[in-house]
Design a protein around this ligand. Structure first.
Ligand SMILES: C[S@@+](CC[C@H](N)C(=O)[O-])C[C@H]1O[C@@H](n2cnc3c(N)ncnc32)[C@H](O)[C@@H]1O
Length: 251
């Protein structure tokens, strides 16, 4: 019923994103209509089916080299690039810069480690934008992906005009669901806007839902024990060890 109200389309390929995210991607792509889009993280083709439908040409990168064999015939306007983006993405960016081409739309949804997300973004920030470029980064509510997004070298790229880590809010999973374990935090879109014109003001990386993120993290599997909790734990452990030590010495 809600899907009908939102006039959401039904997609054939499984798409690893929630309703809010799907709607956002559909509407953004529908208005941008990219000549060129780049996707990092093809997986089963879920997000690709929407990007490809709304773009003239797509370059989709994934470390899984079996993807082109499975999806290639479905997507005539997609060039599949197999390999780890740590190697493939810098090469792609240099060749686009040499050709004087840049994408209007980029989706970052590949390596979900802190370093992986940071390095993918940093490679993309070397693109020389020929026109406005929107970068959407998935899983900004996940503490590792979020840390990677925040650590990226935004300030040193003069073409970046705004960055919002909580463009679309994420989800807390109290129970396990699909690939999400119980107590985990996923989803959410970070968003950055780049233009060919250089920025003249200082850049602020916005986190409009930081308070919500921090509060949820406290009840999640990513909660870091505070110093006082750690010292309580240490004295408890010492109190357990003391009688054992004593009995060993007495014995
Ligand atoms: C979450 S899935 C992408 C989901 C897809 N965008 C969707 O919404 O349906 C992440 C994908 O990134 C790929 N990946 C992970 N680390 C990578 C890396 N270092 N280089 C290239 N691809 C990577 C995985 O093989 C996986 O297919």
């Amino acid at each position: 019923m809600i899907d009908e109200l939102l006039q959401q389309q039904h997609y054939e390929l499984p798409w690893q994103m929630g309703r809010c995210e799907r709607l956002t991607i559909e509407r953004l792509l529908g208005s941008i209509r990219p000549k060129l889009a780049i996707e990092i993280g093809t997986y089963l083709g879920g997000s690709l089916q929407v990007i490809a439908k709304n773009s003239e040409r797509v370059i989709s990168l994934d470390m899984d080299d079996s993807i082109e064999g499975k999806l290639g015939s479905r997507f005539p306007n997609v060039q599949f690039v197999a390999g780890r983006t740590q190697e493939t993405l810098p090469k792609l960016v240099s060749s686009l810069n040499e050709l004087g081409q840049s994408p209007e739309f980029v989706l970052v949804d590949g390596d979900h480690s802190v370093e992986g997300v940071r390095d993918d973004i940093n490679s993309l920030l070397k693109i020389q934008p020929q026109q406005d470029m929107l970068m959407i980064m998935h899983d900004s509510f996940n503490p590792y992906c979020r840390a990677g997004m925040i650590a990226a070298d935004w300030a040193n790229c003069p073409y970046v005009h705004s960055v919002e880590i909580d463009f679309v809010p994420g989800v807390f999973f109290p129970d396990s669901y699909d690939t999400a374990e119980a107590g985990s935090m996923w989803a959410g879109f970070g968003c950055a806007v780049l233009t060919p014109a250089q920025r003249t003001t200082e850049l602020k990386v916005e986190q409009s839902h930081r308070a919500v993120f921090n509060a949820v993290k406290e009840v999640s599997i990513y909660r870091v024990p505070s110093a006082s909790r750690a010292s309580q734990l240490m004295s408890y452990l010492r109190s357990c060890v003391r009688p054992i030590k004593r009995s060993l010495l007495d014995g």
